[in-house]
Design a protein around this ligand. Structure first.
Ligand code: IMP
Ligand code: MG
Length: 198
């Protein structure tokens, strides 16, 4: 692989076919998103509910750009067992804390694909009687085949319908530590592997 294709400079670069969104663009976009979110919740206190594990890095960068009062909560959803590159249906492995009643909740995820994960979390949170529920994703996949997808309130980037890794997103548990959003080599994707990822 041509190492100039990625800005990360790490040895996992060899598994990367190309960079979709580089770290610099991510940083700049998060600054803008934080501004939009702060404006939306002006005078309110927001509870950021991070969907683990993929949103960890996004959440960490986003929350530090928010100039408003913010709380953090987490929920764990799994939908990509092992080396799957299409969702096998989301399951809630760790629900959010039940004290979201009356809160302004902003659900934060790494990527919107079929929309099943956000729908599951929105339904779960709504049952807790929050003051409001909104959603924010770093990436939104172009899925023209999905009907009635719940669209997020805040979106970082629109990307093509292909499997991506980096900046928190994994393939079979790996590549979350790539600083850029990347597409992997075909050989890596074809390699059979076990384990789970989310
Ligand atoms: P959805 O439920 O089909 O919308 O899928 C969203 C979830 O699947 C996200 O929380 C991610 O964990 C995971 N996901 C979807 N697409 C990708 C991808 O391209 N790379 C890595 N994870 C993905
Ligand atoms: Mg996920």
């Amino acid at each position: 692989m041509d190492t100039a294709k990625t800005t990360s400079g790490s040895s996992i670069d060899a598994d990367v076919a190309r960079v979709i969104v580089d770290a610099q663009r991510i940083t700049a976009r998060i600054e803008q998103l934080a501004g939009q979110i702060a404006e939306c919740y002006e005078g309110r206190e927001v509870t950021l509910l991070a969907i683990l594990t993929g949103s960890l890095i996004f959440l960490a960068d986003l929350v530090r750009r928010l100039p408003i009062r913010a709380r953090l909560d987490v929920a764990l959803v799994r939908s990509y067992p092992g080396s799957a590159t299409r969702s096998q249906g989301p399951t809630l492995r760790l629900p959010p804390e039940p004290e979201l009643k009356g809160c302004d909740v902003l659900i934060v995820d790494d990527i919107l694909d079929s929309g099943g994960t956000l729908r599951l979390l929105c339904d779960t949170v709504s049952r807790m009687k929050p003051a409001s529920v909104r959603t924010c994703v770093l990436l939104r996949k172009d899925r023209t085949d999905v009907v009635d997808r719940a669209e997020p309130d805040f979106v970082g980037f629109d990307v093509a319908d292909e499997f991506v890794v980096g900046y928190g997103l994994d393939y079979n548990g790996l590549y979350r530590n790539l600083p850029d959003i990347c597409v992997l080599n075909d050989q890596v994707l074809q390699r059979a592997a076990g384990g789970t990822s989310a």
